[in-house]
Design a protein around this ligand. Structure first.
Ligand code: BMP
Length: 253
């Protein structure tokens, strides 16, 4: 495993999946590695925020199953904004079942995730086969969850090593969530990001500064939720995270 920090340009050559390449292209073009996690329960609020900060992000991460007034007109609005402002739509569903159930949850039900998401998250707890026959189109990329950011997570080194191996062997996987350096053929996504030292531990989730994420862990993309949507001025705060993430990336070589 090569763990030396490489640039986005170099990483783009190592990632074969078109969505992985596209995410890197967006990052380079907009100078942002910030993914906004809009964990809000009303679609209007999400659209308001996205209109405000869409220029500063390369991805918008949703948990669609928490949106009380979910509709396809909401998805259509989002899709339009995402194309206009150039960012990808992540659905953080964390599929975690056997393959046939994952397949049904991905393509059916109210949310029909495969009809609109660019990127979806999956656990690999059920083994490599559980994410092999999902029948996803080539324009959807998978992110595996190898190691969560929460205190008390059950994954040990052995589990993480196996999860990373599954990620490397599956051509649909663009990257992973982990709290450590990973192989350069994977994009590393880091949630649990906050500027403030005083919220290192919030309701069982752990938080680090973008500098730590890039410099210590060789992260490629930071995922920021409440630090932005709970702030008094999401536009300014999002810009501060964008800038901090970009400078941290540049200083991480
Ligand atoms: P916040 O910055 O508000 O804590 O949001 C973090 C987001 O990232 C949440 O949507 C959470 O579900 C997700 N997440 C996480 O916190 N830790 C992980 O290991 C993986 C996640 O997807």
């Amino acid at each position: 495993i090569q763990k030396k920090r490489i640039s986005y340009e170099e990483k783009k050559e190592k990632i074969y999946h078109p969505i992985g390449k596209k995410l890197i292209e967006i990052a380079l073009k907009k100078k942002t590695n910030l993914i906004f996690s809009a964990d809000l329960i009303y679609s209007k609020k999400i659209l308001e925020l996205v209109n405000l900060i869409g220029d500063k992000i390369c991805g918008l991460k949703l948990h669609v199953d928490i949106i009380s007034d979910f509709s396809f007109s909401f998805i259509n609005f989002l899709k339009k904004i995402s194309l206009k402002k150039k960012f990808l739509l992540f659905e953080d569903r964390k599929f975690c079942d056997v393959g046939t159930t994952n397949y049904l949850q991905l393509h059916h039900g109210i949310h029909k995730i495969s009809s609109w998401a660019d990127v979806i998250t999956v656990h690999v707890l059920a083994g490599s086969k559980s994410i092999e026959n999902l029948n996803i189109p080539s324009n959807i990329g998978l992110i595996t969850i190898s190691e969560m950011s929460s205190y008390g997570r059950l994954s040990d080194d052995n589990y993480i090593r196996k999860a990373l191996n599954i990620s490397l062997k599956n051509s649909k996987v663009i990257g992973t969530v982990a709290q450590r350096k990973v192989d350069n053929r994977l994009l590393l996504f880091t949630p649990g990001i906050h500027f403030s030292d005083s919220i290192k531990n919030y309701k069982g989730n752990s938080y680090i500064h973008p500098n730590q994420a890039f410099i210590k862990k060789n992260c490629d993309f930071i995922i920021v939720g409440k630090a932005i949507y709970q702030s008094d001025n999401p536009k300014i705060v999002a810009e501060n995270y964008r800038k901090a993430g970009w400078i941290a990336y540049e200083n991480s070589f």
